[in-house]
Design a binder for this molecule. Structure first.
Ligand SMILES: [Zn+2]
Length: 412
């Protein structure tokens, strides 16, 4: 598990929030289209619709006429289009009909949003109640964690409610969409919004999926969970999944929260499933190099037989997460890389490097002397910075094995 520098998300936050708000609005509208007949069976909703119509049409018979029409449309998906068409029997001109239709939609939309907010707040701890769902889209990882651990999610999370389904499916709605590419983002908030699925193939090259945008912003190539697999796309095939750190099956309100979405490889994502992990790469306290390291534990005739993981700090609960991801088992195939390194170091140990240095420097009359660090870089490669861990495959493993081999060499 490698930490992700969240500073890079700060600029994205307001833009992301706007996009999700917009999508959320669309999602609720399409829900109202698809469920209009069911919605108006609830007395309160029916009253809202009636009041809206009466405001526009004072004659009572128009309301009856309207509901007769709606009842005949039951099960109709394209209610929006038909509603506009069939409203012709109601004595209004085209523009007024359209206004009436949008008024009904907006009023139902408001009610639904209030009810959703109440639903979400029923799971929130007392001191974390929210005023608007927008607060959830860019809530920090630390805030989300506080809510998860002090909220009352079990066993109350009722998967059958409309609100659960709406929030849970927001993510699918979002990942269905193509987004304008990153370079075009900063010019305006409107520009970053979303092309519909129907955009032409020829135009698709200018659009991308959300996961690609996130890894581009974070400058990540490698899965932060395993630090092995590449998550960049090849041509237009996505190489990256977005893992819900707190699974959306139990925490649907965080289904599109930026800091609950972790760009990972498909293998890690399919192993994690609905497990609730302890250790998030977005945790600002977490630093991989302070929490664990890889080491070889068994060496026979300079051949590494086993890779182990040592934990320096158990507070992050990383071991349980790694067990689910099968990290230790997976890393056994890298005995071969560790062996190569051990053998190279055997050949070019400190003593040998000192000898080479001396020979080189004795030959040289003028100019800078060769030092041992320079030789090490030539033979073993450049060392990897902490900020590069998410860009280079096996970076953590290679650093740790190199440290171990160097320590062994120095103590000889
Ligand atoms: Zn992975």
């Amino acid at each position: 598990m490698i930490e992700i520098n969240v500073e890079k998300y700060k600029e994205l936050e307001p833009i992301y929030s706007n996009v999700i708000d917009d999508l959320f609005q669309n999602k609720i509208n399409s829900f109202i289209f698809g469920n209009f007949d069911k919605l108006i069976k609830v007395k309160k909703n029916r009253t809202i619709v009636e009041d809206t119509i009466n405001e526009k049409l004072p004659q009572q018979n128009n309301v009856v006429e309207f509901f007769n029409l709606v009842n005949n449309w039951s099960g109709e998906k394209k209610l929006s289009v038909r509603m506009l068409g069939e409203l012709k029997t109601v004595s209004l001109n085209g523009k007024a009909k359209q206004e009436l239709y949008y008024d009904i939609l907006n009023n139902l939309n408001k009610v639904l949003k209030i009810e959703l907010l109440n639903y979400v707040n029923s799971y929130m701890p007392l001191d974390k109640k929210i005023d608007s769902l927008t607060q959830l889209w860019t809530a920090s990882y630390e805030d989300i964690r506080t809510i998860v651990y002090s909220g009352n999610f079990y066993p109350k999370t009722n998967k059958k409610t409309v609100y659960y389904k709406l929030l849970h499916s927001l993510y699918d709605f979002m990942t269905d969409k193509y987004f304008l590419k990153l370079e075009e983002y900063d010019t305006s908030v409107e520009k970053l919004y979303i092309a519909e699925k129907s955009i032409k193939d020829s135009e698709k090259k200018n659009y991308t999926k959300l996961a690609n945008i996130l890894i581009e912003i974070l400058n990540m190539n490698i899965c932060p969970y395993c630090n092995r697999n590449y998550i960049v796309s090849r041509n237009d095939k996505l190489g990256c999944n977005l893992d819900h750190f707190y699974p959306r099956s139990n925490y649907p309100m965080f289904s599109v929260s930026l800091y609950n979405l972790i760009p990972v490889c498909s293998t890690c994502n399919s192993l994690k499933l609905d497990y609730k992990f302890n250790c998030s790469p977005y945790d600002s306290e977490y630093k991989a190099n302070e929490v664990y390291y890889y080491q070889y534990t068994s060496l026979e005739n300079n051949i590494v037989k086993e890779i182990d993981i040592k934990y320096l700090d158990n507070n992050f609960g990383l071991k349980q997460d790694f067990d689910i991801l099968k990290i230790k088992d997976t890393y056994q195939i890298h005995c071969i890389e560790a062996t190569k390194f051990v053998q190279l170091k055997q050949k070019y140990n400190r003593k040998k490097l000192n000898e080479i240095c001396n020979i080189l420097n004795n030959e040289k009359k003028n100019g800078p002397k060769t030092d041992i660090e320079e030789l090490e870089k030539l033979i073993f490669g450049q060392s990897i910075e902490d900020t590069e861990l998410n860009s280079i495959s096996l970076s953590k493993f290679n650093c740790d094995i190199r440290n171990q081999v160097e320590k062994a060499d120095n103590s000889n």
